[in-house]
Design a binder for this molecule. Structure first.
Ligand SMILES: Nc1ncnc2c1ncn2[C@@H]1O[C@H](COP(=O)(O)OP(=O)(O)OP(=O)(O)O)[C@@H](O)[C@H]1O
Ligand SMILES: [Mg+2]
Length: 453
């Protein structure tokens, strides 16, 4: 005989039903629950795929169902629900709507034993199918600490590419919008490569001040320049035997592009202030969120370096193109941040899931993380609403309509900030690079409230 299949029987009606005996006789292991916490406890600790829910036909059960529904529940597995209800309760429209929204099937009391068993068997099969489809390789590697989650076709294809490129040593160029997971993908490549026991060194080429970038990347000898009191090992050398992740490679100043190219061609570096060639074995993974092809066309980025870096390429899809991954990721982060044990908030409302699916996600996964985190702090309801996520259309900056003037100002301020960063806040140099006078630069900095320290 095959093993009994678990069935959760939720009934607030205290009368024992002969039905339970019939279900047990037919091979179901029946677990009874008469409160939501008991039911959730069972769902979290037993392998339950089907639930039987007895409605008394009067009380509003939407709230209860929301907490036990797989769309909203914080338990990971899919469950199909079958309703049992008094026949006359079907006259009430709210109840009919509730059945249509939440249940796989329904039976009026007294239930016909054979029909009910048939229906439960089908619900079990359906839950199994949904689980197989949605839980197939939900992450690139279940044991990883920082999992990369995704069940969409595009993410599954990406996981496959990551596994492939991890097995070879050629440089990889990762492209994708801001917050899509470029760094996570780079570290996933490293973790799955033969270099995983050596360091993974991440360098943000856009964040390093121009005056320091050479010595940060290549290191320097003691006394190489004023202030170089000690020998310094650069990022490239620190990645010896491992992987060097060059983030925002498009921001690498032109004069350093040639040095990096030399390293890629010869595998050697020279620390600043030394002529000694040091052999460094580091795999290069670079990333950019800007259109690097355009930078090459406009001669801001060396073509020869581009070809050296872009031997293998990975493109991370934006979140808005990942279908159901949005809600899968939202639930994943919800679970991850639910560490305080209070379990005050149970999950997302249907409206919140819908709002997340409709949102454009200009900030991608990072934006999703921030919205979920904020909602979990701010929400005073049991289920997170679109407003808690800032997706009710009121506080959503991405739906704010911008005039052309506002867009120009944003771009102008951003260009100034970037230029100042790259010149290490050298006003004269920044003004020259921007093609404006120092006076104009000061005026614009005042206008946009940009301060240098
Ligand atoms: N598929 C995913 N599953 C789980 N977490 C993810 C996924 N993609 C991204 N993240 C998380 O989202 C955040 C942003 O990812 P990451 O820093 O790798 O993006 P990025 O593309 O490098 O962003 P930026 O362009 O801003 O540098 C990180 O906290 C990361 O762990
Ligand atoms: Mg990044």
């Amino acid at each position: 005989m095959s093993a009994a299949r678990n069935l959760l029987f939720y009934q607030t009606d205290p009368q024992p039903l002969p039905l339970i005996d019939q279900l047990s006789a037919a091979g179901w292991a029946v677990h009874l629950a008469d409160t939501v916490p008991d039911a959730v406890e069972l769902l979290n600790h037993q392998e339950i795929k089907v639930g039987l829910f007895q409605l008394d036909g009067t009380a509003d059960c939407t709230d209860t169902l929301n907490q036990l529904h797989p769309m909203n529940g914080t338990f990971r597995q899919h469950v199909e629900w079958v309703a049992l209800l008094p026949i006359d309760s079907l006259a009430a429209e709210p109840l009919r709507k509730c059945i249509a929204d939440y249940f796989y099937d329904y039976h009026t009391l007294p239930a016909d034993r054979d029909r009910l068993l048939f229906s439960l068997g089908h619900a079990y099969g359906m839950a199994d199918m949904v689980r197989a489809l949605t839980q197939q390789h939900p992450t690139i590697d279940d044991e990883q600490e920082d999992e990369m989650v995704g069940t969409s076709t595009s993410m599954q294809a990406l996981f496959q590419q990551i596994r492939k490129v991890a097995s070879v040593d050629a440089p990889v160029l990762i492209t994708g919008e801001s917050g899509t997971g470029k760094e996570l993908a780079a570290s996933a490549i490293h973790e799955r490569s033969s270099r995983h026991e050596a360091p993974f060194v991440a360098v943000n080429c856009g964040a390093l001040p121009a005056s320091l970038i050479q010595s940060e990347l290549f290191g320097h000898e003691k006394g190489a320049f004023t202030g170089a009191h000690e020998r310094k090992i650069g990022f490239i050398e620190a990645a010896q035997g491992g992987t060097l992740f060059l983030d925002e490679i498009g921001d690498l100043p032109h004069e350093l592009q040639i040095n990096l190219l030399r390293f890629l061609q010869e595998g050697t570096i020279e620390r600043v202030g030394s002529r000694e060639k040091l052999y460094v074995d580091a795999r290069i993974v670079a990333a950019t969120h800007v259109d690097i092809d355009l930078a090459v066309k406009e001669k801001r980025f060396r073509e020869d370096l581009y070809y050296r870096l872009n031997v293998l390429s990975l493109q991370i899809p934006p979140l808005r193109e990942r279908g159901d991954d949005v809600s899968i990721l939202a639930k994943y982060f919800f679970k991850k941040f639910s560490t305080d044990g209070s379990n005050r908030i149970k999950g997302f409302s249907d409206a919140a899931i819908k709002a997340m699916k409709n949102h454009e996600w200009p900030g991608n996964v990072r934006e999703l993380i921030n919205r979920v985190r904020r909602a979990m702090v701010m929400s005073d309801k049991r289920f997170i609403t679109p407003a808690d996520l800032g997706l009710d259309g009121r506080n959503d900056p991405s739906v704010k309509l911008m005039t052309l003037d506002e867009a120009r100002s944003d771009a102008e301020a951003e260009a100034i900030r970037k230029c100042l960063r790259r010149t290490d806040n050298n006003i004269s140099q920044a003004a020259r690079n921007l093609g404006i006078s120092r006076v104009t630069l000061y005026r614009l900095m005042e206008k946009y409230e940009i301060r240098v320290t």
